[in-house]
Ligand binder design. Structure first.
Ligand code: M6R
Length: 370
């Protein structure tokens, strides 16, 4: 039931504060805000203690949450992490490092390529292999075939475009990272407590980001007749740029590409002209000054910039520079909050273009064929 919403996708975008809060409750306890709940993944502590490497396998949007996890695992707890789309991984006879935690991320748990990649790894049986399903469907094949099940508590996702599954995957991946960090003593009590405090604020920040719906709807009018669009981000926002581009092409049928902003001058800058909208994910973080320089490169070539910036940043709208202010959020969790404006943008552009938002042409919710 879509209730008051015109589409499942919009309903599911709006469900994100609750879905993320539910997912976080698996590990967070309001009465003990400085530690993880004792029962969170308790049965798997020995397995998690032994892992030395993380290998993520996924497709589409789920792959993008894996990319964020890579930045998190390596920078926050120094655990090496590789991420690959399942449809490549399974056909290239890859080396699976000993003592790997193989994380299969999938909303449905029935994606053919992800399942096959998992089965191939299991056949190789590397030493110390631990497999984990990060999945929204407890009864799925993926959950049955893995050692550990970490659920995303998003509730059923009906829209083909993945929204709340993505943000709950990110929340759950952060919980998993904290569990590995604590179990392997790769994290100080102080860092843990800071991150837990930031996670407590996340549902409220997601809720606040939904207020961007109105300004983003206005912004979306600029995209209605466009043929092609770039999404730029750096650091933790690079995967969100990829996700924004995927969302836009999937439901509005406008060609879109996500790029690491530092790669602009290695090719895509040649595309930029006055007809090219460029969406930039620009929270005020450690990469902000570098990103500003990238924006200037685009602006100087008459590109039209659509920037999602921090409320506290000094960004001001100007000619060919549109700004929507996103609530301030810590750098680590910003990719979760910045997912919301890119979802809303693609939603409104698609509605304006009259496409079938919940059931885009040629696509299926669950890709059970290769
Ligand atoms: O069920 P899964 O998470 O394994 O699905 C993977 C992709 O098919 C999926 O994320 C797809 O890219 C979405 N429709 C994107 O919105």
């Amino acid at each position: 039931d879509k209730g008051e919403f015109k589409h499942y996708m919009l309903k599911e975008i709006y469900e994100q504060p609750d879905a993320v809060a539910r997912t976080l409750e698996m590990a967070l306890d309001n009465d003990e805000p400085t530690k993880l709940r004792d029962d969170f993944l308790q049965r798997h502590e020995t397995q998690l203690k032994g892992i030395k490497h993380v290998q993520v396998i996924a497709c589409g949007t789920s792959y993008h949450s894996g990319l964020v996890a890579k930045y998190w695992f390596e920078s926050l707890i120094r655990v090496p992490c590789s991420v690959e789309v399942a449809s490549e991984f399974r056909y290239r006879n890859p080396v699976v490092i000993d003592n790997s935690l193989v994380i299969c991320i999938s909303q449905s748990g029935e994606t053919a390529d992800t399942l096959s990649a998992l089965r191939d790894i299991q056949k190789q049986s590397p030493i110390g292999l631990v497999s984990l399903a990060l999945c929204n469907v407890p009864t799925s094949s993926l959950v049955r075939e893995t050692d550990i099940f970490l659920p995303t508590l998003a509730g059923p996702e009906i829209g083909v475009a993945s929204t709340k599954a993505f943000t709950t995957q990110l929340a759950a991946l952060m919980l998993l990272l904290l569990k590995v960090g604590v179990t392997q003593q790769r994290m100080t009590a102080e860092n843990l407590s800071t991150l837990l405090g930031q996670l407590q604020q996340l549902p409220g920040q997601l809720h606040a980001s939904l207020h961007l719906d109105a300004p983003i709807k206005i912004m979306s009018e600029h995209f209605q007749y466009k043929k092609s669009c770039l999404f730029l981000g750096r650091g933790l926002q690079f995967p969100i740029a990829l996700e924004g581009a995927l969302k836009l092409k999937e439901i509005s049928y406008i060609h879109a590409e996500g790029y690491a902003a530092g790669e602009l001058k290695h090719g895509p800058l040649a595309l930029v002209d006055k007809d090219m909208p460029i969406v930039v994910l620009a929270p005020k973080d450690s990469m902000f000054d570098k990103l500003k320089a990238n924006m200037q490169e685009v602006h100087a070539r008459h590109g039209e910039l659509f920037v999602f910036a921090s409320e506290s940043s000094q960004m001001v709208a100007a000619d060919r520079l549109h700004v929507v202010y996103v609530p301030d959020v810590c750098e680590t969790l910003a990719p979760i909050v910045y997912s919301v404006p890119v979802q809303l943008l693609s939603y409104h552009v698609a509605v304006m273009r009259g496409t079938d938002v919940d059931q885009p042409r040629n696509l299926a919710k669950s890709v059970t064929v290769e």
